[in-house]
Design a protein around this ligand. Sequence first.
Ligand code: NAG
Ligand code: NAG
Ligand code: NAG
Ligand code: NAG
Ligand code: NAG
Ligand code: NAG
Ligand code: NAG
Ligand code: NAG
Ligand code: NAG
Ligand code: NAG
Ligand code: NAG
Length: 505
Amino acid sequence: MEGRRRGGGGGAGVCAGAGAMSLKCAFSLLLLVLALCGRGATGLDADGELLMAFRRAVTADPLGALRGWSYSDDSACAWNGVICNGFPQPQQASTVNLTSVSAADGSGSGNGNFSTLAGGRANGTLLGLNASMAAATVSRVIGLVLPGAQLSGSLPAELARVEHLRHLDLSGNGLNGTLPAALLLNATELRVLSLAGNDLSGALPDASYARGLQELNLSDNALAGWLPASLLRAPGLAVLGLANNYLAGELPAGGLGGLEVVDLSNNYFRGALPADFGGTQLRFLNVSSNSLTGALPADLSDVVPANTSVDLSNNNFTGAVPPAGPFAAQPASAYEGNPGLCGPPLKHACSIPSSLSNPPNATDSPPAFAAIPKSAAASAPPPYQAPECLKSLRPNAKWDVYSFGMVLLELLSGRVYSEVELCQWHAGAVDVQRGRVLRMADPTLRGEAADAGGEDALLGCFRLAFACCAMAPGKRPAMRDAAALLDRIQPTPSSASSAIETPPY
Ligand SMILES: *[C@@H]1O[C@H](CO)[C@@H](O)[C@H](O)[C@H]1NC(C)=O
Ligand SMILES: *[C@@H]1O[C@H](CO)[C@@H](O)[C@H](O)[C@H]1NC(C)=O
Ligand SMILES: *[C@@H]1O[C@H](CO)[C@@H](O)[C@H](O)[C@H]1NC(C)=O
Ligand SMILES: *[C@@H]1O[C@H](CO)[C@@H](O)[C@H](O)[C@H]1NC(C)=O
Ligand SMILES: *[C@@H]1O[C@H](CO)[C@@H](O)[C@H](O)[C@H]1NC(C)=O
Ligand SMILES: *[C@@H]1O[C@H](CO)[C@@H](O)[C@H](O)[C@H]1NC(C)=O
Ligand SMILES: *[C@@H]1O[C@H](CO)[C@@H](O)[C@H](O)[C@H]1NC(C)=O
Ligand SMILES: *[C@@H]1O[C@H](CO)[C@@H](O)[C@H](O)[C@H]1NC(C)=O
Ligand SMILES: *[C@@H]1O[C@H](CO)[C@@H](O)[C@H](O)[C@H]1NC(C)=O
Ligand SMILES: *[C@@H]1O[C@H](CO)[C@@H](O)[C@H](O)[C@H]1NC(C)=O
Ligand SMILES: *[C@@H]1O[C@H](CO)[C@@H](O)[C@H](O)[C@H]1NC(C)=O
């Protein structure tokens, strides 16, 4: 498709059909060469001139990548790193009339008049010349591809004026200075621009980006400023690499247009992820290692395809991971480094109160409650929540035991106990302070217990409740044992007291 090709390649067979080289033939050849290289007399063509501006801007070329670039060439097409393609010559018809060519392109004639010189006999067809192809196309620069060439210097805006430039890859060099806005806005045929891995500074222009731009990779540079919404809306853009720069500010709303690959990782973006930060074509989105905050908008799963790979790690996102779309499908690593996040792929369920100012560290403990987020501990109001669940991410059955004890205590006493109050009690204290514990009981219960001689049963219940509410999770009984104990507590003093005489904790 695209490839190197020198202009005038068809000239070799010009006289093939004319038999022996005649004067007429030689003369015609000369005419042809002059016609094809109309600019020959003035040296390097326009594309070459523009490329030479780049050569001048390069301050160091230790590998000699640009050594062969010279003003003494007619065209840049043989230069290292330069790619050319044939283009139709705008003023010429496909069937060439040498006479009219010469007349039209008199610039190379100096003081001659080709019409006169050629006379009526300089007829290409008569000479066996098939000039149509050779003269109808001209080689133009379409690519400059020199990745990793250790070039230092800057990027001149002249590159944006290489008319047919489609592919510019100068990634992995040492270019610094600003990124010329004209490359993004004015290079109308530019499709691929890769300047990743340089030291380019400056901001991304907020203007109308060139329609042809399909792939823009500016990762690993020193770009600063904001991410312009106009860039995300660039009509043809599919790949956008801006990783590892100094870009800051909030991510613009308005969606990601037709973008397929978006890498914004390792910048200084802050604020929330806009609820429309997606698009139907999106398959890779990396916003890792920024300073993004806030909840992940549930609406995002409507605009980000379910099979998109999303990396949200190392930000400050908080709240629940939406249990739908692409979010449920990511590995936990896509969320790591966001201590405030909880939900589907994560180790911890969203039972941690959102008011927590100091979110706990992630652990790799098994998700005891992940599958049943509406457990007693998770749904219970704060007083019923085990104290350690504020400090540890290891939800376990002991949380439930605590909650059970609190509920039991509330039933027994008719009121809710605070953690501070509970700290004064433990199962063993019940027998020592019998009277005091009985006075804690709900008056109705106390009356009934006194009537039925069930004070020991009541005390047994308190003993169990306190045991379940032990501050140290290890001192709490297993739920199974607690339930069994409760079963055995009977309002018959003898059996009750014997049953709960020796709690195993
Ligand atoms: C070539 O151009 C000349 C001048 O325009 C014209 O008189 C002549 O007929 C043309 N010849 C052909 C073969 O088209
Ligand atoms: C070239 O010669 C032709 C025929 O003699 C004449 O008509 C024409 O004006 C000349 N063109 C130039 C640019 O001198
Ligand atoms: C050029 O060649 C064609 C085809 O042989 C012929 O018809 C035409 O008259 C020639 N023109 C001139 C100016 O000799
Ligand atoms: C010249 O070349 C074109 C295509 O390259 C071909 O179609 C045409 O027939 C050729 N003409 C002559 C006179 O050989
Ligand atoms: C670019 O780098 C050179 C040294 O390689 C330095 O002298 C120059 O100041 C830098 N230019 C900019 C704009 O940073
Ligand atoms: C880009 O093109 C516009 C309009 O053609 C022109 O006004 C502007 O000066 C150009 N910008 C650069 C940096 O060449
Ligand atoms: C940008 O270029 C770098 C270096 O070539 C490459 O590693 C990275 O994957 C590219 N990013 C995108 C989004 O294409
Ligand atoms: C996202 O970007 C970070 C930092 O550039 C990188 O470490 C990580 O591997 C990327 N994520 C994916 C899924 O490629
Ligand atoms: C997250 O927020 C906390 C508290 O506001 C802050 O100390 C921390 O630096 C932030 N982390 C990141 C990665 O922005
Ligand atoms: C994602 O799914 C769409 C259809 O929903 C499919 O066309 C596309 O190929 C998928 N992409 C990947 C990367 O699997
Ligand atoms: C989180 O872990 C770090 C290092 O392991 C530790 O210094 C820090 O105190 C922990 N924070 C909490 C809230 O447990």
